[in-house]
Design a protein around this ligand. Structure first.
Ligand SMILES: [Zn+2]
Length: 389
């Protein structure tokens, strides 16, 4: 084995190890254990695991008057899918051609590695800073459970989210609400079914109105609603269904709440049609069970917000290039931070174009670049006022 020579090498080999530990949603335990071990070796002042299984390492403030800053990403990963579509072992953590390959590399194990290695990159900079929290959460891919539990206990003044930005900054994303619709009908023999007995005609009347429903407009464009999964419980082709059930995927913009979404749908529903945001139960690897709703809030922070301006200036000066600020097209946990009044920005060496694909990989150059920029970022953000009491 080659000797590990530099702190950057050690950070990169930690990323490879993370990829070799599968961490499907709800089964993040072994990965969490590995992160705790790394944090112990890196000398964090405090390391804890909350009841949901999130891992939080804290570097204590050198100046308690400075704001606290959180770096966060998620430990769970989506499945590898069809293995024949991969050029690399999805759980091999192979390093080749300037990339580290494997499931979760870009979502978000590349970011976890750089964040957990925060102590080695800020060492020797003599920074004035508040508490620095590195929080790796469970269950992001389903409904943001981990971040909700995390923020019940901890309220950082500012936060950075490790979802893919390719070392740019992300300042928004649409929310996602799943609505389950039910259109009633009557189960009768197809040879005698009357129009008003056919659940699918009721659904069709609704769908034609949904297609024309004016969507809310805002800073991130418009919200977006699309019917996805539809089903009946029929086993036969010659009877009409008792009901037709349909899922609506609703991407919301800031200001649009789940209740408003249900009201908008009610305005085009007929008597007897039902719409609800279904609750579901989830058990974390720690054995705790939670009931959640499929409603991820939207996220937005104004590009003129002092946090955004400060972070962008710090990175642009450090790298001597303009760092773009733009919203994500996909949904992240950031809206959960926004709901709790915590200014948050996406910043990560991961790239969204690889997430959830058999091309999953993270650039070694971008990882080292992000990791080396953390001291400049911490220094700049530490000059901002605290946002919480
Ligand atoms: Zn993700």
């Amino acid at each position: 084995m080659m000797p590990i020579s530099t702190p950057a090498d050690r950070m990169l080999s930690f990323c490879q190890e993370l990829i070799r530990i599968p961490s499907p949603t709800g089964e993040e335990g072994p990965l969490a254990d590995r992160i705790v071990t790394e944090m112990e070796e890196l000398g964090y002042d405090e390391i804890r695991r909350d009841e949901a299984g999130n891992v939080i390492g804290t570097i204590r403030a050198t100046d308690p008057a400075c704001p606290s800053i959180m770096f966060t990403a998620h430990m769970d990963q989506v499945s590898a899918g069809d293995l024949s579509r991969w050029d690399y072992d999805p759980f091999g953590g192979e390093s080749a051609d300037g990339w580290i390959h494997g499931r979760g590399a870009s979502d978000t194990k590349g970011a976890i590695a750089t964040q957990v290695h925060l102590p080695t990159t800020i060492a020797g900079h003599n920074l004035r800073h508040g508490d620095l929290h590195v929080a790796q959460v469970v269950v992001e891919e389903v409904a943001g459970l981990g971040s909700r539990v995390l923020l019940d206990r901890l309220h950082p003044d500012y936060a950075f989210m490790g979802e893919g930005t390719g070392n740019g900054l992300s300042n928004g994303n649409r929310g996602r609400t799943l609505v389950r619709m039910r259109f009633p009908g009557e189960s009768v023999h197809a040879s005698v079914a009357r129009r008003e007995q056919v659940a699918l005609y009721r659904a069709a009347a609704f769908l034609l109105q949904l297609a024309d429903l004016p969507m809310e407009q805002g800073v991130m464009g418009s919200s977006h609603a699309v019917p996805t999964r539809g089903a009946t419980n029929l086993l036969d082709d010659n009877v009409t269904p008792q009901a037709f059930e349909l899922s609506i995927d609703w991407r919301s913009i800031p200001g649009e709440t789940p209740n408003e979404i249900l009201e908008r749908l009610a305005s085009i529903m007929s008597d007897g049609d039902e719409a609800r945001i279904p609750p579901f139960d989830l058990t974390t690897y720690t054995g705790r069970s939670y009931q959640l709703e499929y409603a991820q809030p939207p996220y937005w922070i104004d590009p003129d917000h002092p946090f955004v301006v400060t972070a962008q200036r710090a990175l642009s000066a450090h790298w001597k290039r303009d760092v773009p600020v733009q919203p994500w097209t996909f949904t992240t946990d950031c809206g959960i931070f926004t709901e709790r009044g915590i200014p948050i920005l996406g910043f990560s060496p991961c790239e969204a174009r690889f997430a959830h694909t058999p091309m999953d990989r993270v650039s070694i150059d971008l990882m080292v670049e992000a990791w080396e920029a953390y001291p400049a970022l911490v220094k700049a953000v530490s000059t901002l006022p605290r946002t919480s009491a």
